[in-house]
Design a protein around this ligand. Structure first.
Ligand code: NAD
Length: 316
């Protein structure tokens, strides 16, 4: 019996997000082997060549451009292929174009004999992760979307900046759609061991207003970046690398990803951003946070929005 001792990633889509993710994997020494696949084969090949020139400054990693047959023995297939948001477009506007692309991509990956974990970042990520789960037939644990990992990182950064505390000491979650109906779970936000709610009571009254402004900045961050530079990619690339690392290292880390709900927070048959425990098997468990009344309403609204779009696009 051959023992497989390498962690292999197949990356589909080597555009802004995909190539930044590949760069993050290389810099952080997260995988042993990376195959890069794109409709634009020249781009994938160019990226692979460019990245390999950094190997002298990183850990050993086999990097090459390939095709779908290379997915067969991959542990994780990461999908960042598809159309991205243009200025003024919402993530949900991308659904029809990207569902069609996904039908082909997921079919080709499964035809290779792939039996690992899918990690999806293409937008609208919650709907495309659901589609990947349906098209692949893999167990729900092994189909994960990047969900609100980036939005949560943005929130932690801005709250940390506001209170002048290291981002890594801010424990906070954005839940719901990775999109306009997402919301902050202030009731479960802590700075170090202190509950944010208690801090608000101790501080001046305008903290609540500042927090609302912080959330609006998080929710609209992609629009602000797209207006300025046309696309967002470094943050999501690092978020994808973080999920990849949690899988390969069997970390049991709690990350906000898009996971399938089967009754958690009163929702089912939907992929949506929630905190979940991630390990070598994928999603070990969705962490069900007891939400307050306002947050419950926000979560239901977000789930309904996704369901409506999903119903129309998957049945089309
Ligand atoms: P991009 O246009 O730079 O790259 C997309 C790549 O996909 C291109 O290289 C293209 O050739 C390739 N592609 C298209 N169709 C393909 C197919 N059928 N098979 C293989 N490759 C194909 O776009 P980008 O900026 O890298 O964004 C990619 C996706 O990531 C978009 O949907 C974007 O909205 C999304 N995104 C998600 C998040 C998140 O938080 N989840 C953040 C930023 C961007």
């Amino acid at each position: 019996m051959t023992i497989k001792c390498t962690n292999k990633v197949a990356l589909i889509g080597t555009g802004f997000v995909g190539s930044s993710y590949a760069f993050a994997l290389l810099n952080q020494g997260i995988a042993h082997e990376l195959v890069m696949i794109d409709l634009n084969k020249e781009k994938a090949d160019g990226d692979a060549r460019d990245l390999k020139h950094g190997l002298a400054f990183a850990s050993p990693m086999k990097i090459y451009a390939g095709d779908y047959s290379d997915c067969k023995d991959s542990d994780i297939v990461v999908i960042t292929a598809g159309a991205n948001q243009q200025p003024g477009e919402t993530r949900l506007d991308l659904v029809e174009k990207n569902i069609k692309i996904f039908k082909n991509i997921v079919g080709s990956v499964m035809d290779s004999g792939f039996n690992g974990i899918f990690l999806v970042a293409t937008n609208p990520v919650d709907i495309l992760t659901y589609a990947t789960w349906k098209f692949s037939g893999l167990p729900k644990e092994r189909v994960i979307g990047s969900g609100t990992i980036l939005d949560t990182a943005r929130l932690r950064y801005l709250v940390g900046e506001h209170f002048d505390i290291d981002t890594r000491n801010i424990h906070a979650y954005i839940m719901g759609e990775h999109g306009d109906t997402e919301f902050p779970v202030w009731s479960h936000t802590t700075i170090g061991a202190s509950q944010l709610n208690e801090l608000i009571e101790m501080e001046q009254e305008n903290v609540q207003k500042d927090l609302n402004d912080i959330f609006i900045n998080v929710r609209d961050a992609a629009y602000h970046i797209i207006e300025r530079k046309g696309a967002t990619y470094y943050g999501i690339a690092m978020g994808l690398a973080r999920i990849t690392k949690a899988i390969f290292n069997n970390e049991n880390s709690i990350l906000t990803v898009s996971a399938l709900l089967e009754g958690e927070n009163q929702e089912q048959d939907i992929y949506i951003g929630v905190p979940a425990i991630i390990n070598r098997g994928g999603v070990r468990k969705v962490v069900e946070l007891p939400l307050n009344e306002k947050e419950k309403t926000q979560f239901t609204h977000s789930a309904e929005t996704l369901k409506n779009v999903m119903k129309n696009s998957l049945e089309a």
